[in-house]
Design a protein around this ligand. Sequence first.
Ligand SMILES: Cc1cc2nc3c(=O)[nH]c(=O)nc-3n(C[C@H](O)[C@H](O)[C@H](O)COP(=O)(O)OP(=O)(O)OC[C@H]3O[C@@H](n4cnc5c(N)ncnc54)[C@H](O)[C@@H]3O)c2cc1C
Length: 517
Amino acid sequence: MASAMLEVGLPAPVDPPRVEDLRLPAARVRLPEAQAERLGASVDAGVRAAHTYGKAYRDVARALAGDVGAAPDVVLFPSDEAGVREALELCAERGFAAIPYGGGSSVTGGVEARGLRERFPGVVTIDLTRMARVLEIDRTSLAARVEAGILGPALEAALRREGLTLRHFPQSFEFSTLGGWLATRAAGHFATLETRIDEQTESLRLLTPAGPLETRRLPSSGAGPDPKRLVLGSEGAFGVITEAWIRVRPRPDARASADVFFADFLAGARAARAIAQAGLHPSNCRLLDPTEAMLSGACLDGRAVLLLAFEASGHDPAGLLARAIEIAREAGGEPGKTRTKASAGPSEKDGASERWKRLFLDAPYLRDHLARHGLIVETFETACTWDRLEGLVSEVARAVAEAARRECGRAVTGCRLTHVYPDGAAPYFTVVAPGRRGDEVRQWDAIKAASVEAILAAGGTVTHHHAVGRDHGAGYIAEQSTLFDEVLRNAKHSLDPRGVMNPGALLPLPPSPEGRP
Ligand SMILES: Cc1cc2nc3c(=O)[nH]c(=O)nc-3n(C[C@H](O)[C@H](O)[C@H](O)COP(=O)(O)OP(=O)(O)OC[C@H]3O[C@@H](n4cnc5c(N)ncnc54)[C@H](O)[C@@H]3O)c2cc1C
């Protein structure tokens, strides 16, 4: 569909390079045998290469080109908190940069040693995926204590055995971890209300080079600034999150959903706003513009589509859906068939939301496949208040289409609203453009720069949920006050006095004396 919309044929795919052909930089960190064994250290070429990047388009493009110059010197796989503590002590003592690594699904350079080999005598990636146990379940309070390295499917499988669920399903659910979600303040399943992992976090534990920082298990507290909020979103720059108490719930047993079609995106946005402001709290309220609807196969006739769903445990959400549909109809929408869980049969499988969901789950794999065929396929996202939405969406779409046409000759750009709030929404853009072999990363960087500039000028944030990482540092600083930047840097200095924790992520590195990045 993407290549048809671009009216270009796909060139033959390039194969990923073989590990034995990669030219990795020398591994500079040598550990005594016993310590290497204790920490699960690996200098294997495949392991180092696999931990060089996250999963953004520019990561895929560089990996396909065999560019692994920023590979870490060593990857540690601690299996308990004592191992993490020892790894942090090692890094602090010897001045090695330490990069916490969950599933490696960062799309903003969060796990990449960009510019670090030149500044640090060693770069150590700390992979948390061996710390993947559900440690305790408190059924009275409906909370679970879980190690940070657990991947989404393993966490849900463990909770399912207890009849429970976290219901945090980011698109990267399969290959991202609880610790990564907490460190990036990920947004998941719920399109309204509890959109982020923040709301599902009761307390967490962070190991820092200055010692452990553990927050209290409380449903809520009015005692001053919340320490939990310092750890959420810290992106490995303050320390390693080793475990957390998360809020779980019974599995929903009822669901009601419908697709509502609109002549254009803005009419759909008016409906989404009215639904968000009516206090109905649908679990799904995602609006696809005609291009996104077409790319995903949700609707092929040039209309926008609003995907609505409500889910509940122990009561019927059909009445809430009926009210949301009524609101959407008043805004000019044309509802399709209503589906309830009990009636879910073949017709549900054919609904726009089902087709969209299939593509949503397949998209990460499809993106990598298209990149092998030379297509630049990437997404970026923001959030703004409703009063700015129309201006932001049109300005960003214009700036990006212009940059993409300048760089690539042609491009398809689409927009959807992934999350909606009473006072605003999160627009999410997709760009597909033909890349030039060997020049794709520069082409994408030019398009991305145009998007960030347009987003900030139109009053949006540099990210709604993809995090800051190394790509959005300057934008993050630009949207904060100078005083907040200073407070954050002082907090980092207290927790990480030698500046070894994920340097350059969240807070940009100062320029090096030699002018290197
Ligand atoms: C196809 C695709 C779809 C995506 N969809 C979504 C989405 O729907 N919603 C969303 O929010 N994001 C999404 N993302 C972005 C990404 O998946 C999230 O940022 C996710 O939370 C990262 O988790 P991870 O375990 O992979 O972390 P990593 O990528 O390994 O790390 C991300 C950052 O967190 C730090 N970190 C990781 N673990 C820890 C820890 N235990 N302690 C301290 N710091 C740590 C790392 O140092 C890094 O800075 C998507 C990414 C891809 C590739």
